[in-house]
Write a protein that binds this ligand. Structure first.
Ligand SMILES: Cc1cn([C@H]2C[C@H](O)[C@@H](COP(=O)(O)OP(=O)(O)O[C@H]3O[C@@H](C)C(=O)[C@@H](O)[C@H]3O)O2)c(=O)[nH]c1=O
Length: 175
């Protein structure tokens, strides 16, 4: 596994190292010792899996407030998405900055999202599936989000938006 820190401190793109043979491939997607040795979270309490049918759909930008703030590890297991995190941490040098990267079943890459960051994605193909590991349990009373098109953040989404939930459209701008 190769850990590449993004311009947002504490956020990493993780590239797995598949072992290939005549049958196909095998790869490690999480290794507690390696993650902890790299200063990353090694304790997941929940895993989620979503499927999004239409290309151009957006889910996000989501986070949970303290005491349910969480680290997420996200991987695309079908299709291709543009995956985005936004730094919301008050004392961060990169507060309000975003980082996006393509995650696909083909590249096998993962995005590690530290506490204090919002997360969302746009699908680039039909029937995209994402698998998440979470460091905190789902806590609807602490859930929150920022608008996908917040002008302060100004995320450049690759496609026109084709589908988004009412909840995600209802989030307010950060400033
Ligand atoms: C996130 C979540 C949702 N739910 C329920 C609530 C609702 O009825 C249904 C769909 O929830 P949502 O509309 O919030 O699903 P979705 O918009 O896909 O939410 C996800 O978005 C991405 C960007 C993330 O980062 C995830 O952590 C998660 O917030 O599933 C759970 O039961 N457990 C969970 O952990």
């Amino acid at each position: 596994m190769i850990f590449t820190e993004t311009p947002i401190a504490g956020a990493f793109v993780i590239t797995p190292a598949p072992r290939r043979d005549s049958r196909g491939w095998f790869m490690r997607t999480f290794d507690q010792n390696t993650f902890i040795a790299s200063g990353l979270c090694g304790n997941w309490v929940q895993m989620n899996h979503s499927m999004t049918t239409q290309p151009g759909s957006i889910r996000g930008m989501h986070f949970q407030h303290t005491p349910a703030a969480e680290v997420k590890l996200v991987r695309c297991v079908a299709g291709r998405v543009f995956d985005v995190l936004v730094d919301l941490r008050p004392n961060s040098a990169t507060r309000w900055q975003w980082f996006g990267t393509e995650l696909s079943a083909q590249n096998g890459q993962m995005l590690y999202i530290p506490e204090g960051c919002a997360h969302g994605f746009q699908t680039l193909e039909p029937n995209c599936e994402l698998v998440y590991c979470h460091s905190a349990a789902y806590a609807p009373e602490h859930e929150d989000g920022i608008r996908y098109n917040d002008p302060t953040i100004n995320i450049t989404w690759p496609l026109p938006v084709t589908d988004i939930s009412e909840r995600d459209l209802g989030f307010i701008n950060v400033q």
